[in-house]
Design a protein around this ligand. Sequence first.
Ligand code: NDP
Ligand code: 2IT
Length: 448
Amino acid sequence: MTVDDSRLHSIYDLVVRRNPGEDEFHQAVREVLDSLGPVVARHPEYADARVIERICEPERQIIFRVPWVDDSGRVEINRGFRVEFNSALGPYKGGLRFHPSVYLGIVKFLGFEQVFKNALTGMPIGGGKGGSDFDPKGRSDAEVMRFCQSFMTELYRHIGEYTDVPAGDIGVGGREIGYLFGQYKRITNRYESGVLTGKGTGWGGSAVRKEATGYGTAFFVQEMLRERGESLDGKRVVVSGSGNVAIYAVEKVHALGGTVVAVSDSAGYVVDETGVDLELLKQLKEVERARISEYAERRPAASYVAGGSIWDVPCDVALPCATENELDESAARTLVEQGCTVVAEGANMPTTPAGVAVFVDAGVLFAPGKAANAGGVATSALEMQQNASRDSWTHEHAESRLAEIMAGIHARCAEAADDYGRPGDYVLGANVSGFLRVADAMLAMGVV
Ligand code: NDP
Ligand code: 2IT
């Protein structure tokens, strides 16, 4: 893919120069700019107001020390981040990631993606992201709690229900959100429910938030297939990862009649031709925090492959739900050769640009993360709505809102792709539709 418009090309060069060494951020910016050529040609007003240059520059970036004491009494020091990227549409909104690979470039790539994703939901949320290079693996609950308390002891001064509303991402789930909320409440002496989302359903969390990203990805696939007069019924599906997004993608794929035959973690993958046993998967990953190899040990029908690529497993539908750049050109070729016709990104930027090109060339239905995984943040916005009105919806109501929102995102992507002469191009549709909503708000608000 090339950034052919010379103005866009020089913006991209500037981003690379001003953000040295942040490869993932460069990749995310390039992927969006690659879609914007026809938009700037039709709308010179965006270029005149330098909206694209402004969108590529975060409004605020916070980096802080996170000291804490481990169970043996040793002092540990991590680095914390919050990048408040764009607030044209609402308070900054986006998750926190705790993973040893986290550095500023990862947080900026995720924050940048979040701006367009959140716009695409049609809801009043800006974009931001944060996290730390803290590795929760192998840490006790007490260590995770002390880390979260130290992290929030700095973060609290930057967030608020009308300012910036963090949630979960890799390594941050219900347990961590609980510890973070507890510390925020203690420091501020305010029961400000809307300051974090992904809370427990007994204390301000929304029904279906935990399930929302995975469910939403399956709903998006269903919408894409409907256009072809098909459905997930009878489809063979491979889901990478076995965390929050993956587990609930499996659950909804099964409910819609598909069969998930493989899941993974960072050490390897399991193949279960009879269909992944969801209760066992939840027990292992949500309760015991065990490795996926354990799945095969407890289920004779399944086999474990250490290392290797889960994309070697033949399927009709591939749902990458683990992490960025996990599906490269060679994996994409293997998937296409073995008959895969649908790919939807539950994770953020899991497919490399060369991988996306393979899918596009092969006519695969391809849904980018900012459309396919937007159900999580959309349900976070529903959680904010419930908190603001001190209300709490039923599971059925929250799920039907999620399904409507995913259908709306699908329709917006499809309309923008049609409007710009690229029917069926969900990458262009998502980027253009998200961009237009943010850009119009920025134009209306002047140079701020
Ligand atoms: P979890 O921490 O619950 O699970 C992450 C899963 O991905 C685990 O199976 C993990 O394996 C695997 N994984 C993580 N990092 C790597 C890596 N570097 N290489 C290989 N495997 C890896 O996170 P989530 O399920 O919440 O997030 C998964 C993806 O979905 C991320 O891209 C996230 O940004 C995105 N996302 C999440 C949303 C949410 O609501 N949670 C919303 C939208 C997108 P292991 O346990 O071995 O590390
Ligand atoms: O990438 C994402 O959209 C998330 N991790 C969810 C963000 C949120 O605020 O719910």
